[in-house]
Design a protein around this ligand. Sequence first.
Ligand SMILES: Cc1cc2nc3c(=O)[nH]c(=O)nc-3n(C[C@H](O)[C@H](O)[C@H](O)COP(=O)(O)O)c2cc1C
Length: 181
Amino acid sequence: MDQGSIAAVLGKMDFEVFVLTAADGDRRNGQIVCWVVPATLVPQAPRLVVGVGKMTDTREVVEASRKFALNMLAEDQWPWVPHFGFRSGRDVDKFAMVPFERGMTGSPLLPGIAGYLECHVRLVLDAGPCRFYLADGMDGKLVSDRDPLRFHQLFEMLPPQHIETMTRRREQDIARDLSLL
Ligand SMILES: Cc1cc2nc3c(=O)[nH]c(=O)nc-3n(C[C@H](O)[C@H](O)[C@H](O)COP(=O)(O)O)c2cc1C
């Protein structure tokens, strides 16, 4: 197996950047996710697959409520990436200073986003270091006509110290996930 050539093909793929939020009673949290894929052609029964790391705090809230929202970030909303993606709700309340509304699933919806999807978990696939949720789309709206933020744009938009942090965290996550495979 040539891992380098596989990585080269995967590196051509790009992904929208979302803040996945969830709430269960008084508990709420949100994290950045990019592993979001539509999973049906049928508009009457919208479905998607979302991959969430087993170690995240948000995953516990999703599994307690079986519901979540995907906040599709707009192009200029890169500052939410360090806010929701570089630290854990176990250490800090990420919503303490963030204004938000609650959607029909009770999950936080952020201001200024490109759009959102609200979802119910239908099936959970345990894939070792992460879980994949097959989820039904219950509600969704394009909130603005701004383009969504995409993963590859982060490398042009984030200040250098944030790129360094993102790269370091990614290397740590790879080492941890390898041990869980
Ligand atoms: C650009 C970017 C993309 C990410 N994509 C995912 C993803 O698809 N799934 C996932 O579980 N974590 C992803 N993460 C990592 C989580 O957002 C991160 O571990 C977060 O701190 C978890 O927070 P929590 O413990 O409060 O839930 C991503 C992080 C960044 C910066």
